[in-house]
Design a protein around this ligand. Structure first.
Ligand SMILES: [Zn+2]
Length: 468
């Protein structure tokens, strides 16, 4: 991680010198990097540097003394408050009243965040199937796509969230909600001459350029989600779009040329490229991988251990997913397929030194700082913030990324192929694992952000159908 490169080489030789009572109870297994203030700092004080200092002060007690947590394991790591987080998400999801009663455009996202979060926590979300179907059916427009509420315009983001939610609850009746023919026409109408896509007909293209490509690619035919909608053919792929222009001078990816790099766009770019073709071919073709690697690495901070979304911004739990989710895709683009998928025997556990980021640093941040410690439950941005469904979903996704090892074990023959990429997942284990096994969450597919078997169930269902 780049934060580590700012440390003098002798740093690890120094015993952790922590002020006050902070050192009490800190396991010797925790590197000094994660227990002390950064030894090198810019002499220029700015509003950003002050906020950064305050954030470290805010996080350190949670990291070091387990403030607010009544349990800490031998590594000083608290449990995942699974039951409270389940309760929080179920409450957020409510009883899914009809969309006729509510027209909040973010509601499909609430469905996705809660259902994905519950799945990661090991809950069966199939019980929400009929209520979800009843709720989202009126949100589908005859002209194609899903709106945020009844009578609203279809939008790529709400369509994406709705399709993922239907895949999460699973079942033929859920898949059948999607009108694939009108969806296909609508998706094609969003295509722009420059290769990008509008988020809605006549709507923004700029800010959503990459985001929309990711959402759209995720709904196109080649792989699981696209097979959710099972729309065949791909007449207008955005290959002519100048992908490199989304990469900034810093090496990160921005929403459009000329604006600041942001973690969420890095994930969308990598995800989209991994759908269009196998990542070891598309990612190096359209992005400068070493520079992206450098920028992503610089997103992990010490001593906090979590990720920030932009340069000089603060650590925030949701980037555990947006940045944390980039690593398996980046690893796949660097390594390519490692041979045929013949099962776990060919997939030995990954060792810590193989990781491109500090998994333990991220896990420590999430479990110490990312959990709402009140009875409310849920996950949060940082200790001074309240939990919400968005952060609960993406913090748990990030925890999953840190606790598991995804590998691309087989790749499609070439970019003309719609199919053939095979990803496998194994538990990330190593000597001195810092979290308790009961605090391991479920897996989520590196490209589609839903459990792999949910994606595969959908794929199977639509693969058996002819045409629309
Ligand atoms: Zn956030």
């Amino acid at each position: 991680m780049a934060a580590a490169t700012q440390q003098p080489p002798t740093h690890t030789m120094d015993p952790p010198s922590v002020h006050g009572t902070h050192s009490e109870g800190v396991s010797p297994s925790v590197p000094g990097l994660f227990t002390t203030n950064p030894p090198i700092r810019d002499a220029l004080e700015t509003e950003s540097s002050q906020l950064q200092d305050e954030t470290i002060e805010e996080c350190l007690p949670f990291l070091l003394t387990g403030e607010g947590h009544d349990y800490r394991n031998a590594h000083g790591i608290p449990h995942l408050y699974r039951d409270r987080h389940v309760q929080f998400l179920r409450k957020q999801l409510g009883n899914l009243p009809s969309m006729f009663k509510s027209a909040d455009p973010s509601r499909p996202w609430i469905f996705y965040w809660c259902l994905a979060g519950l799945s990661l926590l090991g809950e069966d979300v199939g019980s929400y199937r009929s209520r979800l179907i009843e709720t989202v059916q009126p949100m589908q427009n005859e002209t194609g796509g899903f709106a945020g509420g009844f009578g609203q315009t279809s939008h790529l983001a709400t369509t994406y969230a709705t399709v993922l939610s239907l895949a999460l609850v699973g079942g033929d009746d859920a898949y059948e909600v999607v009108d694939r023919r009108s969806m296909w026409k609508w998706l094609c109408s969003l295509k722009q001459p420059d290769g990008g896509f509008q988020m809605a007909v006549g709507g923004e293209e700029d800010r959503g350029l990459l985001r929309s490509c990711h959402h759209l690619a995720a709904q196109h035919p080649p792989r699981p989600i696209t097979r959710l909608a099972c729309i065949r053919g791909r007449p207008h792929w955005p290959f002519q779009w100048p992908w490199g222009m989304g990469q900034t001078y810093e090496g990160g990816v921005s929403a459009k040329p000329g604006v600041e790099a942001h973690g969420a766009y890095a994930f969308c770019a990598l995800g989209c490229l991994s759908i269009l073709d196998s990542p070891h071919r598309t990612v190096p073709r359209y992005l400068d991988v070493p520079r992206l690697l450098s920028w992503l690495s610089a997103r992990q901070y010490a001593p906090e251990g979590g990720f920030s979304g932009r340069t000089n911004k603060l650590v925030d739990g949701c980037y555990s997913h947006w940045v944390g989710g980039c690593w398996p895709l980046l690893e796949a683009s660097l390594n390519g397929p490692e041979g045929p998928a013949t099962g776990p025997a060919d997939h030995p556990p990954m060792q810590v030194d193989d990781s491109l980021f500090s998994r333990n640093g991220l896990i420590r941040y999430i479990l110490c700082c990312g959990q709402d410690l009140s009875k409310r439950g849920g996950m949060r941005d940082k200790p001074s913030k309240y939990s919400d469904a968005y952060h609960t979903c993406y913090v748990l996704s990030g925890l999953s990324a840190a606790q598991h090892d995804w590998r691309l074990v087989s790749a499609r023959a070439d970019e003309t192929m719609m199919d053939g990429d095979v990803w496998t997942v194994s538990l990330f284990v190593k000597d001195g694992q810092i979290f308790d096994e009961e605090d391991r969450v479920g897996t989520t597919h590196p490209v589609y952000a839903i459990p792999q078997h949910k994606a595969e169930d959908c794929q199977k269902y639509f693969a058996s159908k002819q045409g629309f």
